[in-house]
Write a protein that binds this ligand. Sequence first.
Ligand code: APR
Length: 309
Amino acid sequence: MVNTITVVGAGNVGATTAQRLAEKQLARRVVMVDVAEGIPQGKALDLYQSAPIEGYDTRIVGANDYAETAGSDIVVITAGIARKPGMSRDDLLATNAGIVRQVCEAIRTTSPDAIIIMVSNPLDVMCYVAKRVTGFPRERILGMAGVLDTARYRAFLAEALDVSVRDIQAMVLGGHGDTMVPLVSYTTVSGIPVAQLLDRTRLDALVTRTRNGGAEIVKHLKTGSAYYAPSAAAVQMVEAIVRDEKRILPCAAWLEGEYGMSGLFLGVPCKLGRRGLERIIEVELTAAERAELARSAEAVREPMAAVKL
Ligand code: APR
């Protein structure tokens, strides 16, 4: 357990994240910060009143400024606008870059030793904004995308194969967008390569559905985007850090030569422990997968260049 975890943004993703953090007792205090007056305070009170029923001692506090967040161990950033039908994650760029910049300026001064988990979209570019604004080392800025994209892929595979989701091991790399790279060659069902269990056409269809996994939900919801799985994914990353689990999870990390690339955030296999990013693992890729990863990196660099800081 750590002392304080701050969740910035008390909307759908932020409030669900706070709930999951408390239910897992990952911190003594969870502070929710939002610009909307009364919303973080009201939701925090509601969540704290569920503590006697759920049996957690985590204090949940809501605020409109950063005084309560001082000295946070971990900050999860979910502030920003969410997608509506027909919007890509990149359509959020200008608005969310301004919001994330303001949030990171506050964190830099109030919680200079925090580990940042970025959730706001477009994810890989928002990680870059956080790095530029805070100047934190790469060990302390991670983006939540790969865990979510992999969970979607694993869920679809489990459904298609009629097996437990727990037995599907997989890894989705690359940017958090249409160019993400599900590694079919590393997908196994209890160690059995998935290609032995599912034909190529059905596998390709699942990969396509994974790429559009977020958009499929936006189309249903109409007024916003996914939040149950995104919050679960962010909290899995937080848990790996708080409990020093040394888990290998696909996260957006700042590349310094890994996979032959530098100077951008991209989804790669990361070892997470108490210090944050403890290692990036380079796996062997087929020529096709390497080309797909390079294409995905280009799709991240374009909005990165457009962002004004
Ligand atoms: N500081 C703090 N909170 C802010 C700020 C700011 N500068 N600007 C906006 N917010 C808050 C809003 O007031 C709102 O409560 O961010 C919250 C966003 O909540 P929702 O609209 O419910 O959006 P949500 O579904 O939670 O998604 C948030 O996560 O998954 C990504 O693409 C998604 O970028 C989006 C983000």
